[in-house]
Design a protein around this ligand. Structure first.
Ligand code: F6R
Length: 365
């Protein structure tokens, strides 16, 4: 049932404040504003390394998590797509944590990667939406994403819930390893607790993004997405979402890589979506943005009040997101990227919920 929405994808995008509330209910103690995680069959303080493996959108959630685990918990993290990882014969430190992310829990390559890690003396944990799935059954421990059934082939609410769970896990790992104290845990937990409200505010940008998609993107043949730090995997995710439902070619790049090749593509027909919450890397991203402008490129800047007051004049269009801590920004910025892809596809008239050639669950390699 799509409720009063035209597509399952729209319904699932709008469900995000609610399902993120479910994640918080499961993983955060509202009275103490501290995390509550069930007993795990491994010690987060003792694991020498985390290996994250997944496919597609779930992989991009893993790339965001790499930034979080490394910055907040100071633990080394490898992240790889399952189809590469499973055949790579990767050398692994025994006793490491292998973490699999999968909405369906049935993705063939992710499952094969899990079985390889089992043979390499890893603790096996998975972040799954379907808790009765094969990946869930073969794990030592599961972290449910509690997004509810996702019908749209393009993942939206499952991605945001994966990010929420990964953020919780990064904070818990940081606490276990003494990398942060209880005050900092409380502060970060409070930032997560505020997410349903911020996500609702971001959803109000729908009409503005619809117009922007129509004016700037519907006729584009290629779109470039740029970001730095944890906004880089968001650039990858934004590009994937646009490709799969609107069939417009799109690429995500780390903003600093621009001058190492993709800048050759810039002309006045190429929209460039810049994901730049105001943070310690903001000025760096703005200078990449200026390199695009200087070559006639059209910039769509996703930022917050401060970022837009500094750099908004230089952009062709701006989308102002609520002010959030840089730690939680990737969760929030997923929403405008989903809306950009959704409205572009709606205007192009493609099949939003069932894009050509794609299946919701990829159970063959
Ligand atoms: C993109 C998308 C896919 C899946 C990928 C992994 O919107 O939905 O890229 O993320 O096929 O699927 P799961 O998470 O079921 O393992």
């Amino acid at each position: 049932d799509k409720g009063n929405h035209r597509h399952f994808m729209a319904k699932e995008i709008h469900e995000q404040p609610e399902v993120v509330g479910h994640v918080l209910g499961h993983y955060v103690d509202p009275a103490k504003q501290l995390l509550k995680l069930p007993e795990m069959p491994f010690d987060l303080a003792a694991i020498p390394r985390i290996t994250i493996v997944a496919c597609g959108t779930a992989y991009y959630a893993g790339v965001v998590a790499k930034y979080w685990f490394e910055q907040v918990a100071r633990v080394p993290v490898d992240v790889d797509v399952a189809s590469e990882f499973r055949y790579r014969e990767c050398a692994m430190t025994p006793g490491g944590l292998a973490l699999f992310i999968s909405q369906s829990g049935e993705t063939a390559d992710t499952l094969a990667a899990l079985r390889y890690c089992r043979s390499q003396d890893q603790h096996i944990a998975s972040i799954v939406n379907v808790t009765e799935s094969t990946i869930a059954r073969e794990s030592d421990h599961i972290f449910p994403t509690l997004a509810g059934p996702e019908i749209g082939v393009a993942s939206t609410k499952a991605f945001v819930c994966q990010l929420m769970v990964l953020a919780v896990l990064a904070i818990a790992t940081a606490r276990a390893r003494g990398a942060i104290d209880a005050d900092e845990e409380q502060r970060l937990a409070a930032e997560l607790t505020a997410m349903p409200r911020h996500l609702s505010d971001a959803l109000h940008l729908g009409p503005l993004i619809e117009k922007l998609a129509q004016d700037e993107l519907t006729d584009a043949t290629d779109v470039l997405y740029l970001g730095r730090g944890a906004s880089f995997p968001l650039a990858l995710e934004g590009a994937l979402k646009l490709k799969e439902i609107s069939y417009i070619h799109a690429e995500g790049y780390p903003a600093g890589e621009l001058k190492h090749g993709p800048i050759a593509l810039i002309d006045d027909t190429l929209p460039v979506i810049v994901i730049a919450p105001w943070d310690r890397l903001f000025e760096k991203t703005v200078s990449n943005m200026q390199e695009v402008m200087a070559r006639g490129g059209r910039i769509i800047l996703l930022s917050d009040r401060k970022g837009i007051s500094i750099a908004g004049d230089e952009a062709t269009a701006v989308v102002e997101l609520p002010d959030v801590d840089p730690f939680t920004a990737p969760i929030l910025y997923a929403v405008p990227l989903q809306l950009v892809a959704y409205f572009t596809a709606v205007h192009k008239g493609t099949d939003v919920d069932q894009p050509r050639n794609l299946a919701k669950s990829v159970t063959v390699e």
